[in-house]
Design a protein. Structure first.
Length: 233
């Protein structure tokens, strides 16, 4: 990996995501595709983790960000765009299904984008608690967080269900009129896709690899811009 890069950590991204309207960034980027080529992931020699190398708008040089976290933020932003396009105004009870840490990135972005969320059921055991920064954010926002053990329990009574991972649900477990967002490829069973109402079920468009990488770059650039603003305040 090249030396002399500005380096953001995953902890940095938890904080900076609160400074960025991720759905708005993705809406603009989707409208502008295709855009610039991006570099392939490299591996940070310090910890062996994959990092995304992008131009740094704050320094004019380059910067590295943890690639898995950026991808998760992008997927969460796409899910939030889909949810915002279908949800009406009012209180939102949400269920988020998926593995850790992806499920927490979805929670972070969804609660930032949809202030109407009051109750949130997440499919992770109590031992998989959210990062402290996110837990504090949910508490301050008045979001009631509940840990559940199954996709069915997460979906029970929810008017927004987001599948960030395998979600073995059937239509009988879904509340009438609930918005279903599939943020991971083939997360919901095909039978559910056939049975669910077309105006509530949303398959998030899964971009080809090239476009997905450009969306990652757009998210990374926005996070770096937010980091520069924070550094100068």
């Amino acid at each position: 990996m090249p030396t002399g890069l500005r380096k953001l950590t995953e902890d940095d991204l938890w904080v900076l995501t609160g400074q960025v309207d991720v759905p708005a960034v993705l809406r603009s980027s989707l409208a502008a595709l295709p855009c610039q080529e991006v570099e392939r992931d490299e591996f940070d020699p310090d910890d062996g983790e994959a990092v995304l190398i992008v131009q740094d708008p704050g320094t004019g040089g380059r910067a590295s960000l943890p690639a898995p976290a950026v991808r998760a933020i992008r997927a969460a932003g796409c899910a939030a765009v889909a949810a915002l396009d279908r949800l009406g105004q009012g209180v939102v009870t949400a269920g988020v299904i998926g593995p850790v840490p992806e499920v927490w990135w979805h929670v972070r972005v969804l609660c930032q984008a949809i202030p109407g969320i009051t109750d949130l059921a997440v499919t992770t055991l109590p031992g998989g608690a959210p990062p402290p920064f996110l837990a504090d954010h949910l508490d301050l926002a008045g979001v009631e967080l509940v840990f559940v053990r199954s996709a069915s329990a997460a979906a029970f009574g929810a008017n927004l269900v987001v599948a960030a991972g395998d979600a073995p649900l059937d239509a009988e477990k879904i509340a009438t009129g609930a918005v279903l967002v599939e943020a991971a490829v083939d997360a919901y069973p095909f039978t559910l896709q056939e049975e669910a109402a077309s105006d509530t079920f949303c398959l998030v468009p899964h971009a080809p690899d090239h476009d997905a990488r450009n969306l990652d770059t757009a998210v990374a650039t926005a996070l770096l811009t937010a980091a520069s603003h924070v550094a100068h305040t």
